[in-house]
Design a protein around this ligand. Structure first.
Ligand code: PLP
Length: 219
């Protein structure tokens, strides 16, 4: 069994989804995994995703995992499966507008800042609650908020990573019972990468985003 098969089955045991992160990797390489039956792939740049979308089979579920600029939403709105990295009302509004124009409902996750270290993107717990509680969201019929995403600190200390993932899980549970108790749509917790996915699975991750561990390091 190769590392892809090994990690896939490990993740399945936790009922979690593997998003294979293919940034900087070729469409040919993605095809190999597609031909092995994999369908969930993650990219972090719009200009890199578009040519891959064009050449690869249309039943791939594309996950957008990078910082998304408002003016680029229109390019991925026709096909993107899930946007993991939404951290403002303005971006949600734009995604909703583009979903409406494309007559589709676009799934999104809210990105939460859980790492201690300085990171530019992501909402604080308080900002996230304010955003979800904003009444204007009720008028956004072309987005579906499906859960949360977070990145732990890039440290070796497992306790720190575990604490951060647990805080994200706690917030997810809290938000689910306070705002989404009458539906099952808030059901995804995207956390875990090559270096920390095992900890993330133990903490309740439903989606792990893995690139280099399976595909090799990026240039
Ligand atoms: C690149 C990237 C990953 C995957 O990172 P690896 O360490 O290669 O597994 C996961 N999530 C995001 C947001 C990324 O940008």
């Amino acid at each position: 069994m190769d590392i892809f098969a090994q990690i896939s089955s490990e993740i399945k045991e936790f009922n979690s989804t593997l998003v294979l992160v293919t940034k900087t990797k070729s469409a040919e390489l993605i095809s190999e995994y597609y031909n092995r039956g994999h369908r969930d792939f993650g990219e972090n740049k719009v200009q890199e995703l578009l040519p891959k979308y064009d050449t690869l089979p249309k039943d791939i579920r594309w996950h957008f995992i990078g910082h998304l600029q408002k003016n680029k939403v229109k390019y991925i709105a026709p096909f993107v499966n899930l946007i993991h990295s939404v951290d403002s009302l303005e971006l949600l509004e734009e995604i909703n507008d583009r979903g409406l124009k494309n007559e589709r409902i676009i799934g999104v996750l809210l990105e939460i800042k859980i790492a201690d270290e300085f990171t530019k993107y992501g909402l604080s717990e308080e900002e996230c609650v304010d955003l979800i509680a904003n009444p204007v969201l009720k008028t956004f019929h072309n987005i579906r908020i499906k859960g949360l995403m977070g990145m732990a600190s890039f440290v070796d200390d497992e306790k720190t990573i575990k604490k951060e993932f647990e805080s994200l899980k706690d917030l997810y549970v809290k938000l689910k019972s306070r705002f989404f108790s009458d539906s099952d749509e808030f059901c995804e917790l995207s956390m875990g990468m090559s270096g920390d996915y095992k900890i993330a699975l133990d903490c309740g991750s439903t989606m792990v985003r893995i690139g280099s561990l399976i595909l090799g390091s990026r240039k």
